[in-house]
Design a protein around this ligand. Structure first.
Ligand SMILES: [Zn+2]
Length: 196
């Protein structure tokens, strides 16, 4: 490759074709400790309306970085070959950083869960990650799943975290409203006290 890729990949990893065919992946060449920075994504930022008209390859290698903004690698590098897993060993740190969620051994493929970055339906697919936690399909609404919000706490992209926080605040407000309605109903069933 003549031009430097827009993404950074730690020298402890390499991008290479997967052993059984389907595309590329990134693999640990050295042990990686929990919390270590693995990759930093880079590229050109596209708004949704322009992004959806890009070639499929660009769309599949990109990462969603804001509500309607997508980072597309230019030029593509090894760091852009990070795949999805429903039982990932890496998560996001900010919008474009990838860090190890646990210790990673030599030879392991490093993956994150696309639910950590995606809120739009641009890259939905049937998942064949083979993990016991595999949810079968990966889509733009997966970030709303309570079990994923719990499992990936601290590893969501900031724009996804904002939506999770807003959703939780809305739920709390609804529950408060329900409680006060119930309390009012209960109060109205009590006999009116008579003071003499
Ligand atoms: Zn899966």
């Amino acid at each position: 490759m003549s031009k430097q890729p827009s993404s950074y990949l730690s020298s402890k990893l390499e991008g290479r074709p997967k052993a059984h065919g389907s595309g590329n992946g990134i693999y640990a060449l050295q042990p990686i400790q929990k919390g270590e920075l693995v990759a930093v994504f880079g590229g050109v930022v596209y708004e949704w309306d322009a992004f959806i008209h890009l070639p499929e390859r660009d769309r599949s290698l990109c990462i969603q970085v804001e509500d309607r903004l997508f980072l597309v690698p230019r030029p593509i590098g090894e760091g852009d070959y990070v795949n999805h897993s429903c039982n990932p060993n890496a998560g996001l740190s900010g919008q474009i950083g990838l860090v190890a969620m646990r210790d990673i051994k030599i030879g392991e493929e490093v993956c994150f869960d696309y639910a950590m970055s995606d809120t739009m339906p641009y890259d939905e697919f049937d998942c064949g990650c083979g993990q016991t936690t595999c949810r079968g399909t990966v889509g733009g609404n997966d970030w709303q799943r309570p079990e994923l919000q719990k499992r990936y706490a601290g590893f969501f992209s900031p724009h996804v975290q904002r939506r999770i926080d807003a959703q939780k605040a809305e739920k709390r407000a609804f529950e408060r409203a329900m409680r006060s309605t119930k309390a009012q109903k209960f109060a109205s069933t009590l006999p009116t006290p008579v003071y003499e």
